[in-house]
Design a protein around this ligand. Structure first.
Ligand SMILES: [Zn+2]
Length: 300
């Protein structure tokens, strides 16, 4: 049992930082053995949670928490209440973390870090980015980036055998170019990138893409494709190997771990889209099962 795992309880203050009592910590998913480097990857989840309270687990060195992962998030309204109580000194900020830690330990009967340490890491990449959201439905009401952002959170909640790290492209024109390095920095055991297909409003079905030289990528593609087909019961377009120059191959080619691009349905085909929307929970569950399957099959 490792005893050097740390816990922080506080408010996310933006830019991947959390404020606990009077101290502010930087949060990074980077491993602690890269502590000497200065530009650590941001913990994307923490960036998005700015303003909320939460519990983060990892390893603290100086003012940085390495291998940081968000364990719990306090809902917005309750975060506001907590913030008010802390500002009014109605709660002892310094005593809060150890109380929370003790509560977690007494509830689970073991230290916090054991809950997920040792589980393989799955990078769950949301395709496209805030200012370039990818494909749209025929009527324009459903957008790929938004659909998959919400879906990723649903998937993460359901996974039990892996630690899921949701990854977004930087919202800049070089976001795609920089994405593989961003993903590699997490040290994932395998990678799923969430997309929706689009073509001519008529093409339909489910496909999963992998890099042509990657045996484990192919294995992962089979696992994912099977679960997606099961959930949506759309046409099976099969698993497809992508080569160097092809669209979508960038992430597949430059990531170190087995990686697949998931295209469960055509967003611009109203029949496909209708099915995906009706079965969104099943789709999330299918991705989660695929990740659990992969955690068992690929991580060893
Ligand atoms: Zn896409």
């Amino acid at each position: 049992m490792k005893s050097n795992s740390d816990i922080l309880v506080g408010r996310f203050t933006g830019q991947s930082r959390i404020k606990q009592g009077n101290r502010r910590f930087r949060l990074t998913p980077d491993p602690i053995d890269r502590a000497e480097r200065s530009n650590h990857a941001l913990l994307q989840e923490a960036v998005e949670l700015e303003g909320s309270f939460g519990i983060v687990v990892g390893e603290i060195a100086g003012n940085t928490m390495f291998e940081a992962r968000v364990e719990e998030v306090v809902p917005p309204i309750l975060s506001g209440v907590l913030d008010k109580l802390l500002r009014e000194d109605a709660i002892d900020a310094e005593a809060l973390p150890s109380k929370v830690e003790r509560s977690i330990r007494s509830l689970t009967g073991r230290s916090v870090e054991l809950a997920s340490r040792g589980r393989p890491i799955c990078a769950l990449v949301v395709g496209h980015r805030q200012s370039a959201k990818g494909a749209r439905s025929a009527d324009g009401s459903v957008v790929e980036f938004e659909f998959n952002t919400e879906l990723a959170r649903e998937v993460k909640k359901r996974v039990t055998k892996a630690r899921v790290q949701i990854v977004f492209r930087n919202n800049t024109t070089d976001g795609l170019r920089k994405l593989p390095a961003k993903v590699n920095a997490l040290g994932p055991h395998f990678i799923l990138s969430l997309h929706c297909n689009a073509f001519d409003n008529k093409a339909n079905g489910t496909e999963t893409l992998y890099f042509h030289t990657s045996e484990n990528g192919k294995k992962l593609a089979r696992i994912v494709q099977k679960r997606l087909l099961n959930a949506l019961e759309l046409k099976n377009r099969g698993i497809r190997d992508k080569k160097d120059a092809e669209r979508g191959a960038h992430l597949l080619k430059y990531t170190r771990a087995p990686c697949v691009i998931c295209e469960p349905f055509f967003i611009d085909n109203d029949d496909d889209l209708g099915t995906a929307l009706r079965r969104k929970k099943r789709l999330a569950a299918a991705y989660a099962k695929a990740i659990d399957d992969a955690a068992v099959t690929l991580a060893n």
